[in-house]
Design a protein around this ligand. Sequence first.
Ligand SMILES: *Cc1c(COP(=O)(O)O)cnc(C)c1O
Length: 364
Amino acid sequence: MSKYWSATTRKLTPYVPGEQPKLTKLVKLNTNENPYPPSPKAVAAMQAELGADGATLRLYPDPNADRLKDAIARHFTMHGITPAHVFVGNGSDEVLAHAFQGLLKHERPILFPDITYSFYPVYCGLYGVDYEQVALNDDFEIVAADYLRPEACKPGGVIFPNPNAPTGLLLPLAEVERIVTGNPEAVVVVDEAYIDFGGDDIPTAIALVAKYPNLLVVHTLSKSRSLAGLRVGYAVGHPELIEGLERVKNSFNSYPLDRLAIAGAVAAMDDVAHFDATRKAVMKSREALIADMAKLGFETLPSAANFIFARHPKHDAATLAVALRERSIIVRHFKLPRIEQYLRITIGTDEQCLALLAALREIL
Ligand SMILES: *Cc1c(COP(=O)(O)O)cnc(C)c1O
């Protein structure tokens, strides 16, 4: 605490990201990164953008990243999406931050699940947004009816991840739609960071955007496109919601995406073959890992994401996490009510999954 800090800074409780260890020997299964490299076409596009002498970096990037908006709209044309429906930002965390400030902050409290992405209450603290946490049911599911309130106590907004984090559970699209139609006066943000791992036919709420002016769907290139280090995220919604986000963005940072990020992200969005091959490999490894963990006595929630959420009825989760770390494997443990006996484990390569299983066998 310093006397030079503003009153706002004094009151902040910042988000604590999963550890990014300096050691490279570790099997890193703690922050849901993709185990496969990004599209080679994305890498080539970034190298081409840089050129031999880096001269392009003298110049500012396109503040609107129009090429990227075009590529994202192209990807979702079957849902009636145009570039005017697309907002892009420096990671989806930045897109979410602008949504909290520009769309969710109103007189009434917003709603989000009690067990969810722990950045949401942090943004509420930063922007002064009141919130109410809605309990998941005993099976850790989001219950749509709990987000439908009588007229006198409608929320100022709603946000939830789908699949939820850190549970990995998917809310069916019809239930997402119930929440959207039940709150026509408020924005409903669906944070689909993991949706591409939800099945061969991706159950994205972007399919509903053309129907509802109050729905904003947020995606990231960090997980299913293996570009966590590049920092690119986007939102898809009615052009008036997008305009609101642009107003906030242009009052904060005109150039959130640099030249390399725009070039790499365009190529990554266009390389559907690489995207499909890698996300399907992750889904396949996930099902194998869940089955192998069950043989060791673990109970795992059904996951639609690139991680699993698992507990062992006879072994303390915190102790397991420490024992794994001693064997150079890092997973995420949240010391929070209801979930303190669970471990969140990112799906690695098959080799990494085998290393995890071998270590667990030894520990148990
Ligand atoms: C990883 C994650 C994000 C953030 O992704 P970035 O684009 O890397 O900022 C947002 N929401 C959820 C639920 C996530 O798990």
